[in-house]
Design a protein around this ligand. Structure first.
Ligand code: OMP
Length: 213
């Protein structure tokens, strides 16, 4: 595990973003942990979150022309990540996001920000079934650009509808990489070494037996 990944897990615990207990997921599964990026909800926390996204992008070595954040949760993510990237690297990546409601006056259209062209990196929080990524790919293709990858905060490493994970499905179907700041395996490794959280490992391993990949 890399240093920034350890820091991200610690920060997520500190901010109450990573929680243990019993949570009902969108998929109907009951999970012993939940990762709620919406709780990074102050200026300082969002700035720090942007730095973690930028670090994961830099570490991946992926070269992209524009960052795209699907509304609504993706909007602060692309804004924060592009600011952090410009501060950490000597280069500037434009960003764009969509509106959920079409606008028929002013500049019109559903897209806001820089023109969607070239290789586009989609930023999201957590992929479970991959619904939001599929919608983004349609929007990017319709704009004549190329979906070139997905960057998320957490890879839950669990099965989708088939025996592979929703992330594997996305990367195979669209032939693009899915990068995550951390994956469940990192959370397990981290809490194994932490007396106040290691009691949750048994429940997570049980969940993994059922749904893990
Ligand atoms: P898909 O768009 O179907 O891939 O679902 C992803 C969504 O699951 C996220 O955008 C969240 O609303 C939710 N989620 C989390 O944010 N964190 C988790 O740990 C688990 C889920 C989830 O419900 O599966």
């Amino acid at each position: 595990m890399l240093d920034y990944q350890k820091q991200f897990i610690q920060y997520s615990l500190d901010c109450g973003v990573l929680k243990f207990g019993e949570f009902h997921l969108k998929s109907g599964r009951i999970s012993p942990y939940f990762f709620n990026t919406g709780l990074f909800n102050s200026g300082a926390q969002l700035a720090k979150l942007g730095q973690f996204y930028a670090q994961a992008l830099i570490h991946s070595g992926l070269k992209v022309d524009i960052l795209y954040g699907p509304a609504y949760k993706g909007i602060p993510l692309v804004s924060a990540a592009s600011i952090a990237y410009a501060q950490m690297q000597d280069s500037d990546i434009p960003f764009a996001f969509n509106r959920k409601e079409a606008k028929d006056h002013g500049e019109g259209g559903n897209l806001v920000g820089a023109p969607l062209k070239g290789n586009v990196l989609i930023l999201d929080d957590v992929i479970t079934a991959g619904t939001s990524v599929r919608e983004s790919v349609v929007i990017i293709n319709a704009a004549g650009a190329t979906p070139a990858g997905v960057l998320i905060a957490l890879d839950r490493q669990e099965k989708g509808e088939n025996d592979i994970s929703a992330i594997q499905e996305v990367s195979q179907r669209y032939a693009m990489p899915v990068i995550s700041i951390i994956a469940l395996e990192h959370i397990i490794e981290f809490i194994a070494g932490d007396k106040s959280y290691n009691v949750h490992i048994a429940a997570i391993k049980e969940y993994q037996k059922q749904y893990g990949i």
